[in-house]
Design a protein around this ligand. Structure first.
Ligand SMILES: [Zn+2]
Length: 370
């Protein structure tokens, strides 16, 4: 059974071929969704870095000369994830534009390297064609087996008479509502633990220890984006501008179940949600029977955190973006955010609250990506 479709019909064929090995009978099921395309897009788009990104890395390495740069240092220069920077450096290394010396990268002077846009475009066009063929698979009325045979250039493709196109769907019944309910209850029953951040990159990209007195406590989130537990209710609530009471109760329950102390609640002011998060903070405080205090303020507009591709950029985007307006009350505070992406906003604003005098800060988010 496939959950999400692979990027090409050929890959799919190779994968489902395994189902028939060593057994007399195998059923093959493909579960697909809208996210398939986004995941495939990600891999297609990240295969070759954009020209200006490559230029930025090469410029930086040329400036650095013999000293070179580490991958982490380059993360401060280009807004790409570490894996993508490493992939780029590997391509450049193979093509003779850079070389590796220990954990540092150097530009190869007068290496005669140029950005081969034509070749990158050709490969990308091929991947897009494969993606289109996969998207059409099973919905264009052609026998599933025949399509696989045609894609593999087999000499005599023919309708199989057994697949869901030839013989009609066999697994198309809706799931039992009782089972769906049990599954959702199960998924909702366990909040996600947010690990304490102990290291953070400085402005040059070097990882430094976060001092004890600027750390947050273990935090909690209710959902991961796209999950079948709390996520649908959270997504609905965020787009409607009002979160159901059951979400507020679940947040309070997560704190109680983990025996997390809470003496007050504050929230990260959301750039895109207006008052939803503050309001949620007030309701959570009421549910916990503690006071809500507005302590955090945005000092300047910044691009959304989701546009930051690596930790160095994420931290830089939060640094200086928030201020603590009044000293925190005594005791342990809950710091609430709506959607946690990298965790740096909660870690850094939590650190600012600690520095402003908070005894302990517990990060809490509706959803978390990592
Ligand atoms: Zn068929």
């Amino acid at each position: 059974m496939h959950f999400q479709a692979p990027g090409s019909v050929v890959s799919y064929y190779q994968q489902v071929g395994r189902a028939g090995r060593g057994v007399d009978h195998a059923d093959v099921v493909l579960l697909r969704g809208g996210e398939d395309r986004r995941i495939q897009d990600f891999f297609i788009e990240q295969a070759f870095p954009a020209r200006e990104r490559v230029r930025a890395v090469l410029d930086e390495l040329e400036t650095a000369g013999g000293e070179g740069r580490t991958t982490r240092e380059l993360m401060g220069v280009v807004n790409l994830g570490m894996g993508r920077i490493e992939a780029m450096l590997k391509i450049l290394d193979a093509e003779g534009a850079v070389r590796r010396s220990g954990n540092r990268w150097q530009a190869v002077p007068a290496g005669g390297w140029s950005y081969d846009a034509d070749r990158y475009e050709q490969v990308t066009a091929l991947r897009r064609a494969e993606q289109r063929a996969m998207a059409n698979y099973g919905i264009d009325g052609r026998c599933l087996m025949r399509v696989l045979q045609e894609e593999l250039d087999e000499p005599d493709p023919r309708d199989c008479g057994r697949c869901s196109v030839c013989a009609g769907p066999r697994f198309a019944r809706p799931p039992s509502p009782v089972l769906v309910e049990i599954a959702q209850r199960h998924l909702r029953s366990r909040p996600l633990e947010l690990e304490v951040r102990k290291m953070a990159p400085d402005e040059a990209g070097t990882m430094r220890k976060i001092p004890e007195d600027a750390r947050t406590e273990t935090g909690w989130a209710l959902a991961r984006p796209g999950d079948g537990g709390w996520w649908p209710a959270i997504e609905r609530g965020l787009s409607a501008g009002w979160l159901d009471d059951e979400i507020v109760v679940a947040l309070a329950e997560a704190l109680r179940a983990s025996e997390t102390r809470a003496d007050w609640v504050t929230s990260v002011p959301s750039a895109h949600l207006g008052g939803v998060c503050n309001e949620l903070g007030e309701r959570l405080a009421a549910e916990l029977g503690v006071e809500y205090v507005a302590l955090v303020e945005r000092t300047e507009p910044r691009p959304p955190q989701r546009e930051m591709a690596n930790a160095v950029q994420q931290v830089a985007n939060v640094r200086g973006a928030f201020a603590i307006t009044t000293p925190p009350p005594p005791g342990t505070g809950v710091l609430l955010d709506d959607r946690r992406l990298s965790g740096w906003t909660l870690a850094m604003v939590g650190g600012q609250l600690r520095r402003a005098g908070a005894q302990a800060v517990v990060p809490v988010a509706l959803s978390t990506l990592s």
